[in-house]
Design a binder for this molecule. Structure first.
Ligand SMILES: NC(=O)C1=CN([C@@H]2O[C@H](COP(=O)(O)OP(=O)(O)OC[C@H]3O[C@@H](n4cnc5c(N)ncnc54)[C@H](O)[C@@H]3O)[C@@H](O)[C@H]2O)C=CC1
Ligand SMILES: O=C(O)C(=O)Cc1ccc(O)cc1
Length: 283
């Protein structure tokens, strides 16, 4: 692989650019992003080598990494279908949901363009290229959803991503979207709702959010993430998310009812169960 196109140079795209540059500094990285400041920053840092339009860059690339919001990833897969690409190019993405992206990519695979879905299960609430880091995904799972990639292409991609130090995890798209709805999408929605609810309730309170302790900040950190990115994620995994939110509301109602009727035993059991599980996650 000599030329890599990264489309979307935010937190995730810029981290992948840094990882690939660290793996092989002779690789030419072409960046695509409408945000001039992100591009200028990464050019100045020598993380990307060139800026081009998507349609201009795609035919030059041996590897194409789609790292915009999920809705943009789908648009760009559709655009790739009508472009003339290198015969051995591998196309991959980093989107937080996979079913809709994999469905769009079947049109690429039907044209003999190799595609493998991807999703690093790490990141942050920070937005943009300035927060990208080589070690952003270190120790985390990186999901791969097979479609039409060859073993050679996948191994080359993994070699380029070696400095990321991830745990590669093959999964199918439906199982992926179910898992991340529970582990990532619903938590994001819960954190968001908590912030909005508390802010509204306390809007006329002179102390209000200013005096919030670590508990409120810890449970809501992710609500500070990009609304653009999360709107695309939520709408792309709507069925799983709405089902999981129903379950969440049921559990919340159960705890609410136990508190209301003063059921010390049940309230204790619920807190105890969560406390044991949460402590077991500290590693
Ligand atoms: N933020 C996180 O922690 C994680 C995000 N993801 C996924 O990674 C993708 C990118 O997310 P972030 O880097 O966090 O967002 P970000 O907001 O930091 O970056 C997105 C970038 O895409 C660019 N963009 C928008 N339209 C574009 C277009 N038409 N062509 C090229 N670039 C375009 C934006 O200008 C921005 O620089 C999303 O699909 C997200 O679901 C995956 C894992 C973790
Ligand atoms: O900020 C955090 O801790 C996250 O969990 C970030 C994150 C956001 C979206 C993903 O698809 C995966 C990870």
């Amino acid at each position: 692989m000599r030329t890599v196109l990264i489309s979307g140079l935010g937190l995730i795209g810029s981290s992948i650019a840094r990882i690939i540059k660290q793996a092989d500094s002779t690789i030419q990285i072409i960046g695509v992003d409408p945000d001039d400041r992100s591009v200028d920053f990464l050019m100045a840092q020598l993380v990307i080598d060139q800026r081009r339009s998507f349609a201009e860059a795609a035919p030059l690339a041996d590897l194409i990494v789609l790292a915009g919001p999920v809705s943009v990833i789908i648009e760009q897969i559709n655009e790739l279908v009508s472009l003339s690409l290198k015969p051995d190019v591998l196309v991959t993405d980093v989107g937080s949901s996979k079913v809709k992206i994999m469905a769009a990519a079947t049109h690429l695979s039907a044209r003999q363009v190799a595609f493998v879905g991807g999703h690093p299960m790490a990141g942050s609430d920070k937005v943009g290229s300035r927060f990208g880091r080589v070690d952003l995904f270190s120790g985390a799972a990186y999901f791969l959803v097979a479609q039409s990639q060859t073993d050679t292409q996948l191994n080359q991609f993994k070699r380029l991503m070696a400095p990321a130090n991830v745990n590669w995890q093959m999964i199918d798209a439906k199982a992926h979207d179910h898992l991340v709805s529970e582990l990532s999408h619903v938590p994001h929605i819960v954190a968001t709702t908590l912030v909005n609810t508390v802010a509204k309730s306390l809007e006329n309170n002179p102390l209000g959010l200013k005096v919030a302790a670590g508990g409120f900040k810890d449970t809501t950190r992710i609500a500070g993430a990009s609304p653009e990115m999360w709107t695309a994620v939520a709408l792309s995994n709507a069925d799983e998310i709405t089902r999981d939110l129903d379950q969440f509301k049921n559990q919340l109602s159960e705890l609410q009812a136990a508190i209301k009727r003063g059921d010390r035993q049940r309230v204790f059991e619920i807190f105890e169960a969560a406390s044991k599980i949460r402590k077991s996650l500290n590693h």
